[in-house]
Design a protein around this ligand. Sequence first.
Ligand code: ADP
Ligand code: MG
Length: 243
Amino acid sequence: MIRFEGVHKSFGAHEVLKGIDARIGTGEVVCLIGPSGSGKSTLLRCVNGLETYQSGRITVDGVRVDTASRTIHDIRTRVSMVFQRFNLFPNRTALENVMEGPLFVLKQDRAEVRARAEALLNRVGLGAKMQAYPQSLSGGQQQRVAIARALAMQPKAILFDEPTSALDPEMVGEVLQVMRALAEEHMTMLVVTHEIHFAREVADSVLFLDGGTIVEHGPAKEMLRHPKHERTQDFLRRVTHPV
Ligand code: ADP
Ligand code: MG
């Protein structure tokens, strides 16, 4: 569903992605882990055209991601993104946030869009909060609205960029639970996360990114229990046993 082939990306003279090769199959959950500054967000942002890359190739469902607006529109109808800081429209209710993309980007019928948005908010446990504005919702609730909004586009894949990192600890579980349910329904997901337990339980495979290269990748359970590379071992020791 998502394929990276020799992807290079620089900001000026600073090379951030140094030749990324990876693939995420249909229905797979892949967790992307790695230290701060290793290029995780940049890699995700290149997939849906929020960033451009200089060489190599990214394809989503067979469509090459490039800067042509036609392709960007195509790609964004195929992949949704969930951000660390939710990025909801503050002046729109939860329901309006979920309806926005299908109405104005996909230009779908309002009544159908509304019915689907309501069903999605129910599904993420927010049936009672449809008319609430983001500022009156907790972080965990806002992130669940953001996931409903991502699903409303009926994407083929969802990208998550540290979806629980901005949450108070007691709200992490409710968001991971929604993500786990999506995984069980075989949504294709590429998830940047430091939740190693989640990765071990839910992911099919894990990519460890360090300094702009994928240092190690493999089946989640195997790689997270017995990482082969010393840099992976160091990183996992630090995130699972913070000093
Ligand atoms: P991560 O998500 O793994 O923490 P990022 O992809 O955000 O890493 O950043 C990787 C590197 O690229 C960092 O050194 C960061 O400072 C740099 N970077 C990210 N975005 C920009 C930008 N818009 N302009 C310049 N440098 C950037
Ligand atoms: Mg990041």
